[in-house]
Design a protein around this ligand. Sequence first.
Ligand code: ADP
Ligand SMILES: N[C@@H](CCOP(=O)(O)O)C(=O)O
Length: 321
Amino acid sequence: MAVYTDITEDDLKRFLTEYDVGELTSYKGIAEGVENSNFLLHTTRDPLILTLYEKRVEKADLPFFLGLMQHLSAKGLSCPLPLPRRDGQLLGELSGRPAALISFLEGMWLRKPEARHCREVGRALAEMHLAGEGFEIVRPNALSLEGWKTLWAKSADRADEVETGLQDEVTAELEYLEAHWPKDLPAGVIHADLFQDNVFFLGDNLSGLIDFYFACNDLLAYDVAICLNAWCFEKDGSYNVTKGSAMLDGYASVRPLSPDEVAALPVLARGSALRFFLTRLYDWLTTPAGALVVKKDPLEYLRKLRFHRQVRSATEYGLSA
Ligand SMILES: Nc1ncnc2c1ncn2[C@@H]1O[C@H](COP(=O)(O)OP(=O)(O)O)[C@@H](O)[C@H]1O
Ligand SMILES: N[C@@H](CCOP(=O)(O)O)C(=O)O
């Protein structure tokens, strides 16, 4: 459960007087998510999501995230829209945290996605990449090579508590990635966390994307690699090439990957697996026992990383020749 900051009804009602959203009829904390505190609000008008921004979100980045949702929505992408207050600001404060109201997106995330859903996700990711063009605020990826090194420095000493030999393995992986990370691929706005819980479906139809709080400017193909990691492995750790193929075909139907992007996929997939391993490892080692959040398993991403290490070309991900 991710409600790190609690709110009182009185404070919430006071917060809502700044908006033209009708009267509050009920609210509850949302038992999903990892990063921020989210509440579902019912009002005499539309349902809304209230987000209180927590530890990993820098307040200075909020204009990027909220502005991006406005930009993508204006370009026709289905995603939540931040609601302006009566004074035009998108951001307020509640219980001592920066807070925003965003529109409620209909749909559910899929617990057991199939290849046809992966195709839709690939297509939506490419649509997002195109829709991001022209967004004027820039946010470098805080969780790329430099960010990984900073995170690793905070966990390395204790990594072998999680699995013996981890400290040496991850140190070597970081050195490899630093030496081989591609630099000249097409870049733009990426989602950077398009996992299953951030894609909503109504039946088999993708209804929208949520959770843009890791979005940033980076290599577009890196976002594809993140999705291959998040969507195309089975619970037993095996890579599902049918799902990978559907994901890559869906993406290419909107934005074909260049030969250089294709060639870079294995190293991008290694980097992406390491990125989620590192944040999960840090949380695993630092989240206090009893905290109201479900900790995610870092070793799941270590296993994915080991898979990518032995991939020789993107055809192994299911890319059609
Ligand atoms: N705009 C929205 N519309 C509908 N549900 C939402 C919306 N935003 C968040 N949620 C719900 O809140 C949950 C957590 O949101 P998310 O943005 O993923 O949180 P976090 O950033 O903390 O991981 C989602 O899984 C979803 O159930
Ligand atoms: N997707 C990340 C964790 C971030 O969670 P989200 O709820 O913001 O998607 C992971 O799986 O490690």
